[in-house]
Design a protein around this ligand. Structure first.
Ligand SMILES: CCCCCCCCCCCCCCCCCC(=O)SCCNC(=O)CCNC(=O)[C@H](O)C(C)(C)COP(=O)(O)OP(=O)(O)OC[C@H]1O[C@@H](n2cnc3c(N)ncnc32)[C@H](O)[C@@H]1OP(=O)(O)O
Ligand SMILES: Cc1cc2nc3c(=O)[nH]c(=O)nc-3n(C[C@H](O)[C@H](O)[C@H](O)COP(=O)(O)OP(=O)(O)OC[C@H]3O[C@@H](n4cnc5c(N)ncnc54)[C@H](O)[C@@H]3O)c2cc1C
Length: 678
């Protein structure tokens, strides 16, 4: 009884702490929520959809997935993913809310969809890559043949590109698709063990079909990697098709274990000619190859997914920082002043330094991802009309923002875990799962270092063009060499001046890297070796350029937002924090280029401390404004009511090991050991 009384006093204290935080809010939260959702109507719509799905008991887990076997975990997530589609297909209200057909993808990729299928959605690749591949790479007839069946779930696909031997280097893929004009078929073959497809999500047991990337051979010539639709399993029995292809699952991974990532080998497997996705390049019946306008069009599906990943990074970081911030308002530890009550850990400046820049980062990713999404739509729109001029710019932007958002989010989630001390290591905090999911995005869809080097390639090329007097695309126009000017004066450290300082720092880095590259070439190195010898510096150029891009989009996003002065005030403080945080963390780039002076740096470091203090009262209100339902957060530490300790104990009690006082394993192993010498 005494324990219960004590426990409820603790609960009351926790709830009081978080309630007091909410009273400090300096802005109308619904406005921030609407900025992130894209309008108040969108917020209402999202909440309605969440209500419709979260009230459905089919989406409840009988036990924590961590306690299930590998197979049961997979089955549990597949059950929920299929139920999501079934519910969508049969409910007109839901279709009206999210949009028909494509709405199901929006749903699956939303915070709700990702949270409902906790450790990875076995159907993710179907929606995020298989369908977009057919849309982007298939002719109108091919879309007609496959899309309808794929949207309803009659066929389930994946995207099988990576092989055991090659993920990054697409031109090195070994799977071959050789055209046989006699039968008008392609023959798919894996000539070596390293040609085995390895990693595709859903390939293990879920997918009935795949878009397979293979080297296209016709009339004795190789034309590089092309996408082919391949049926893998029988339409009625789901059994593997006999003999010529063999698929399976690749085994446990760091996370995303219910995505059933798989392997696939072909032994002279035949498919009809019309299963080559022929929107950009064709093979005619006699084997004649028709070239695409640009041979990188076959990589188009990846461009789409790289943009989608930025939104996923945003949502994962949102969840993690909500958990860590709420917990920091409830957790009390140590003494700030000897003899005084233990403060909330959020009072420590170092804790604020961990969390507040991450709250700002959520907005930074949000505004820049929206901008890249707009660019994606503009560029793909003009590509439909045959204009490919902006494809290189889109490729560089999508690579850069995918790399920046995934590394910021994964690093940020880990910071959030550390900010929760030991309890952040508990599965019930949900931070381990959010981390293992988020860090995967650093590797998949183009390993980040490799993507940074793609951005650098674009920057150096643009810089060289600018040196020749050519006009550059808007996103890199600042690389045009400018006459030297003095650094921003300490009195002009406005937000715009800081963005300008970023531009100057990147220009300087790019000019230095270009000069070093040239020096290598002048010394007799071939270009590729000179490039490799500068690649650390080149990757750095790409990172700072992309950070500049996010700063610029954050600032313009805040300036353009239609909100009250109070909301603009808090968003501007966050944007300022984002700028100051990244500048003070990378002082060398700004000092070396003369973009800022040591005095400026001192002033900005002082301001950083002031910004943390100014934003501290709004920390909990800001994460509340992310408006994440407790079921979507799924965390004992981050729950809305702050009743952290009760929930932790309640979750611990559910451990299967706690269902018996003495586990069977004691009798089997421990007892014989403990009694051995008696
Ligand atoms: C649940 C429902 C879901 C809803 C949505 C929400 C959810 C979000 C995400 C959650 C689930 C995600 C599941 C996981 C998905 C992972 C799937 C994969 O990894 S799949 C596997 C992913 N795998 C990878 O990502 C592999 C990464 N590797 C590659 O992409 C390539 O090998 C490469 C780009 C690195 C080099 O390619 P290479 O052929 O050697 O080319 P060079 O270097 O020689 O450059 C030559 C020229 O080409 C240019 N250019 C290049 N690319 C493009 C482009 N796309 N375009 C235009 N141009 C491009 C380049 O700029 C250069 O131009 P220039 O300078 O000459 O003018
Ligand atoms: C969870 C998950 C899901 C996935 N899902 C899919 C899927 O659905 N379909 C699919 O086809 N694939 C999938 N993949 C595979 C993924 O796309 C590849 O793992 C990724 O592209 C990296 O390729 P890699 O594994 O060959 O790494 P590697 O290229 O071997 O990278 C190893 C190291 O070498 C470095 N490196 C490689 N090349 C260069 C270079 N040119 N310059 C400098 N450094 C370099 C990298 O930076 C890295 O440090 C998935 C992977 C994961 C982890």
């Amino acid at each position: 009884m005494a324990r219960v009384v004590e426990a409820s006093a603790v609960a009351r204290r926790c709830v009081a702490d978080i309630t007091a935080e909410r009273a400090k809010c300096s802005f109308p939260q619904h406005e921030v929520t609407a900025v992130l959702d894209g309008g108040e109507d969108k917020t209402q719509q999202r909440r309605k959809i969440e209500e419709l799905f979260l009230s459905d008991p089919e989406f409840l887990d009988a036990v924590r997935p961590e306690y299930l076997s590998h197979e049961d975990r997979y089955a549990n997530e597949l059950r929920k993913a299929c139920h999501m589609i079934g519910k969508f297909n049969n409910d007109e209200e839901i279709q009206q809310l999210v949009g028909q057909m494509e709405g199901i993808r929006t749903l699956m990729g939303s915070g709700l969809g990702v949270a409902l299928t906790k450790d990875g959605n076995p159907l993710a690749l179907h929606f995020v890559m298989f369908l977009p591949a057919i849309m982007g790479q298939g002719t109108v007839e091919q879309q007609g043949e496959w899309m309808g069946r794929a949207w309803t779930g009659e066929i389930i696909g994946t995207y099988a590109q990576t092989e055991l031997g090659h993920g990054t280097f697409l031109r090195g893929l070994e799977t071959t698709a050789t055209y046989d004009p006699a039968s008008q078929e392609f023959v798919l073959h894996s000539p070596t063990i390293t040609a085995t497809k390895w990693w595709p999500g859903g390939l293990g047991k879920t997918a009935s079909h795949a878009v397979v990337m293979a080297q296209l051979y016709t009339q004795g010539q190789c034309h590089g990697p092309h996408p082919f639709i391949v049926q893998l399993r029988h339409q009625d029995t789901h059994c593997s098709l006999p003999g010529e292809s063999h698929a399976g699952e690749i085994g446990p991974r760091l996370g995303m274990n219910t995505n059933d990532n798989g392997f696939l080998r072909f032994t002279h497997h035949r498919i009809p000619r019309t299963h080559l996705l022929m929107k950009h390049s064709q093979v005619l019946e006699d084997g004649t190859y028709i070239k695409p306008h640009n041979n990188k069009l076959a990589y188009g599906t990846m461009v789409f997914v790289r943009v989608a990943i930025c939104f996923d990074a945003y949502r994962q970081l949102q969840r993690a920082v909500t958990i860590a911030t709420r917990y920091s308002a409830v957790r009390r530890q140590s003494e700030l002043v000897p003899g005084q009550p233990e403060p909330q850990i959020l009072e420590y400046q170092t804790q604020q330094y961990k969390l507040l820049p991450l709250i700002a980062t959520v907005f930074g990713i949000h505004f820049s991802a929206r901008s890249v999404w707009d660019t994606y739509n503009e560029v793909t729109g003009s590509m439909q009309e045959g204009n490919l001029d902006r494809l290189p710019e889109l490729h560089a932007l999508s690579c850069g923002l995918k790399a920046l958002s995934s590394s910021d989010a994964a690093g940020g989630v880990e910071t959030c875990r550390l900010a929760c001390g030991g309890h952040g290591y508990l599965a019930s905090s949900n931070l381990p799962r959010i981390y293992t999911t988020t860090t995967a995005a650093i590797t998949y869809e183009g390993e980040n270092t490799v993507l940074w080097l793609q951005v650098a390639r674009y920057l150096i090329k643009s810089y060289r063009e600018a040196c020749k007097g050519h006009t550059l695309r808007q996103s890199v126009s600042y690389l045009t060499p400018q006459p030297a000017s003095s650094s921003a004066s300490p009195s002009n450290l406005s937000n715009h001046a800081l963005v300008k300082a970023f531009r100057r720092a990147v220009s300087h880095l790019v000019a230095e890297a270009a000069a070093r590259l040239q020096k290598g070439c002048d010394a007799g190195m071939i270009f590729e070796h000179a490039w490799n010898s500068c690649s650390v510096q080149l990757a750095r150029c790409a990172q700072v350029h992309t950070r500049y891009f996010t700063c610029e989009k954050f600032l313009s996003g805040v300036e353009r937002a239609e909100v009250s002065e109070a909301t603009r005030g808090v968003l501007t403080r966050l944007c300022r924090l984002y700028l100051v945080f990244h500048i003070t963390n990378n002082q060398g780039d700004f000092l070396r280029s003369g973009a800022l002076s040591p005095q400026d740096m001192s002033a900005l470091e002082g301001e950083l401390a002031a910004l943390l203090a100014a934003l501290r009262p709004d920390a909990v209100p800001l994460v509340d404004a992310f408006d994440i339902h407790d079921r979507i957060l799924d965390s004992t530490l981050g729950c809305w009511d702050g009743n952290v300790y009760h929930r932790m104990v309640e979750e611990a009690e559910k451990s299967p090991l706690n269902q018996k006082d003495v586990p069977d394993a004691y009798h089997k192993y421990l007892r014989p050991l403990m009694k051995a010498n008696l």
